[in-house]
Design a protein around this ligand. Structure first.
Ligand SMILES: NC(=O)c1ccc[n+]([C@@H]2O[C@H](COP(=O)([O-])OP(=O)(O)OC[C@H]3O[C@@H](n4cnc5c(N)ncnc54)[C@H](OP(=O)(O)O)[C@@H]3O)[C@@H](O)[C@H]2O)c1
Length: 220
């Protein structure tokens, strides 16, 4: 069977790197994994320059940023970058890929959201706004694109052992959080990658429009 072409953002580290490794190991995909300098998701011009009518079978919107702030301290620059990287860029990448997917009557789209896209926590106003928004895109487009055999899902990780987590949560707080996770530990990036691999595979023929929470039971 011909290899599917996957566009994966944010593959340099963390969850994206794990997704890249799992998909590479399967041998089933041609991977496009632009770095943030090849494709800067904070800049719409960069997205326009990147796309040259590539045929993309699978889009995985993984890149994301999480700048925590109390409401009074949120700057316009932070609003701008969080919305561009986490919400607007994923939307535009989907928009660019869909015409080809429609033509071939096949497509798979994954939006990496977060548990803070199904519930929230202090200082995550922008993060939750963007991640709830991403889940909204998933739901609306599952309805619009289902008849073209384009399946779209959000994967919502809980706490994952990545640089983003280390940066945003002090070590002592991490140990406290683990006590409230039924599985008593954070996820490894590969555990998120394995779910993504399943959702884009030919084994998934009927899951679409879902927000799939992968959090060791934290939000249960
Ligand atoms: N870690 C967690 O616990 C957790 C939990 C829930 C959801 N998530 C979500 O999972 C996704 C991946 O998170 P992670 O923890 O793996 O993050 P990470 O380790 O900080 O990696 C983020 C990735 O996004 C890329 N990126 C950031 N800004 C970009 C930009 N302007 N243009 C293009 N690429 C950009 C980074 O590229 P550079 O290396 O070039 O900066 C990097 O590859 C994010 O959407 C995050 O919100 C993470």
């Amino acid at each position: 069977m011909a290899k599917k072409t996957v566009l994966l953002t944010g593959a340099s580290k963390g969850i994206g790197k794990a997704i890249k490794e799992v998909l590479e190991a399967s041998g089933k995909y041609n991977l496009l994994t632009p770095s943030s300098s090849d494709l800067n998701l904070g800049n719409l011009e960069s997205i326009k320059d990147f796309f040259n009518d590539q045929h993309i079978d699978v889009v995985i919107n993984n890149a994301g940023i999480n700048i925590l702030n109390p409401i009074e301290e949120i700057s316009h620059e932070t609003i701008d970058s969080m919305f561009h990287v986490n919400l607007i860029a994923p939307l535009i990448l989907i928009q660019k890929a869909v015409p080809f997917m429609k033509k071939q009557q096949y497509g798979r789209i994954i939006n990496i959201s977060s548990i803070w896209g199904v519930r929230s926590k202090e200082f995550r106003t922008l993060y939750s706004a963007t991640k709830f928004g991403l889940n909204g895109i998933t739901k609306a487009l599952s309805r619009e694109l289902g008849e073209y055999n384009i399946l779209i899902n959000s994967v919502c990780p809980g706490f994952v052992n990545t640089e983003l987590t280390k940066k945003n949560i002090p070590f002592s707080e991490q140990e406290e959080i683990k006590k409230n996770i039924p599985l008593k530990r954070f996820a490894e990036p590969s555990e998120i990658a394995n779910i993504v691999e399943f959702l884009i595979s030919d084994k998934n023929t009927y899951i679409t429009g879902q927000t799939i929470v992968v959090d060791g039971g934290f939000t249960a």
